[in-house]
Each structure stands twice: as C-alpha cells, then as structure tokens.
Design a protein around this ligand. Structure first.
Ligand code: GUN
Length: 284
C-alpha cells in the first residue's frame, strides 16, 4: 500500500516558512503584495482566486483582487496590467486563466513584467527555466518537486514519465525533473504504447485532465505517482487523473485529490511572491 504524500502537510510547511520570512520583511517596512486579476464568471476560477487570496492573508501578504466583467476588452485588461507593473506596493501579478475567448492570453502574459510574473508564464521566465537559471518556478511543477523532496525521493537516474504537455504543467514539469537528472519522457494524446511507457516509470506525473485516466495496469510496482488532475465529476465530487483506489495498492507513494498537488500550487505562488518582493527590494 502506497504512502500518502499530503499536500496539506507539505503546503503548510512551505507557507509557515514564507510567513516567517514575511514577518522579517515587515520589520524592514516591506509587505509583499499580490494582485490577482479575474475576468468573467468561471466558477472554478473564482474558487482558485478565493483560495489564493486566503493564502495571502495566512502568510501576511497584501492581496488586491481585480474582478473584471466578461465584457472587458483586451485594451482595458492590458491597461490594468500596465498600471500594476508600475505599482510599487505590488510585487506579483497573476491573471487567472482561462480568460474569456475574446481575450488573447498570450498578449496578457507577455504584458506582465517578468519581475512580477509569479506564475512564471512569461516567455523570458520560461526561457530561464529551460536553462536552469530561474527566479520563479512555475507553481504547480514546483509544488510537485517540493512533495518529492519532502518525501526523500531521489530523482537522479530514475525513469520519469510526465503525461501531458501543457505550457503550464507538462513541459515545465519535465524540465524540472530533467534538472534533477531524471530520464524524462513526455507522453501526450498522440503517444503510442502509452501503457507500456507509463509502466516503466519510477516516477509518474499525471497532468491530463481526465478522471481515472491512469489505471493500475499502467503503473509499475513501487512507482511514485503524482496526480496533478483536478476533475469535477457529475456527482460534484473532485477526483484526479489517477484511479486512486487501484493505484495506491501498487505505488510506493501517491498524492491524493483533493489535498494533494492543489494546495502546493498555492503555497509555491506565495513563495514566488515573497521572492519577487525580496528581489524588488534588493534582498537576496
Ligand atoms: N489556471 C489554472 N491554473 C492556473 C495557474 O497556475 N495560474 C493562473 N494564472 N491561472 C491558472
């Protein structure tokens, strides 16, 4: 039976460290500030944004929410980003994705100042991640790495398989595993022999967005299984991309959903915002 890697436990530790550092910054008169932009009425985005604001309050940051109507034009959105880029009390800017379809996500990501890009979505930050010279790590992959480290799991030399090739999760996840000397394979919807490849993984990361996609026959005995999926079933229940009940019998470590990678993403966002506030004030 697999050991559970609790995102609640690991994220609480990360947030406690961030809070302690935030307290020290406040003694110097600096309070980290995060601006969160949400456009439209997507209910999932609303939950995520609320959780991000709650985490800011927990660690002692100031958060500012900019809730814009669905009808917002690209020009208006870019104007807001520009204003926040210039605002000294704001160290991190996050525009919750997805945006309504009439808005160009790329244009908005490109407009956020790289120094305030706490999601690490800007091409300049993505490029830095590629060469292993980064200020910010993308929050979800960084959260997965934190769980791996917390559990004392060695990545070097391991077969690592990432299912999913999104810019937000799959691609940077593969890069972070590679930086730690994993032998990394990225699988996606066109991959042939998916089951064969996955069943050779020592470390398997599922970021597909389909409930119960990873079944027990795809998992090697003793594998470490990290589930990035957050899927809402018709019943309203949340579940990951992994068939948890069957896979936990084979894996050595597994992350649950909810209470796994999800809380880690937010904890790493706090860590990035702290780093941005320190960098903006010339503190190492
Ligand atoms: N939508 C889903 N995940 C994320 C994330 O990590 N950051 C932003 N900005 N939007 C998201």
């Amino acid at each position: 039976m697999a050991k559970l890697i609790s995102g609640k436990e690991v994220s609480a530790r990360v947030k406690a460290e961030v809070k302690a550092e935030c307290d020290r910054l406040k003694e110097k008169g600096i309070t980290p500030g995060l601006a969160v932009i949400i456009v439209g009425n997507d209910p999932a985005s609303r939950v995520y944004v609320n959780n991000k604001k709650k985490a800011c309050a927990e660690v002692g940051f100031v958060s500012e929410e900019y809730a814009l109507p669905e009808s917002t034009t690209e020009e208006q959105l870019l104007e807001l980003v520009d204003e926040l880029n210039k605002k000294d009390t704001i160290h991190g800017i996050l525009c919750q994705l997805p945006l309504p379809s009439h808005l160009d996500e790329k244009a908005v990501i490109n407009a956020i100042s790289p120094e305030k890009d706490v999601d690490a979505f800007h091409p300049s930050n993505v490029g830095k991640i590629m060469i292993g010279d980064y200020t910010f790590l993308p929050c979800t992959p960084a959260g997965v790495m934190e769980m791996i480290h917390f559990s004392g799991i060695e990545v070097s030399g391991k077969n690592c398989v990432v299912i999913g090739r999104s810019n937000i999760v799959g691609k940077p996840m593969a890069m972070l595993l590679l930086h730690e000397n994993g032998t990394v394979t990225i699988c996606h919807s066109r991959t042939k022999n998916l089951k064969e490849i996955c069943s050779q993984a020592d470390i398997l990361v599922a970021a597909v967005g389909r409930p119960n996609f990873v079944t027990a026959d795809m998992v090697k005995d003793g594998a470490v299984v990290l589930d990035v999926g957050i899927n809402r079933l018709k019943s309203g229940k949340l579940c990951g991309d992994v068939d948890f009940e069957a896979v936990e019998k084979k894996a050595s470590y597994i992350t649950p959903v909810p209470g796994g990678v999800g809380p880690m993403t937010i904890a790493m966002l706090m860590k990035n915002t702290l780093s941005a506030a320190k960098a903006a004030n010339g503190i190492e």
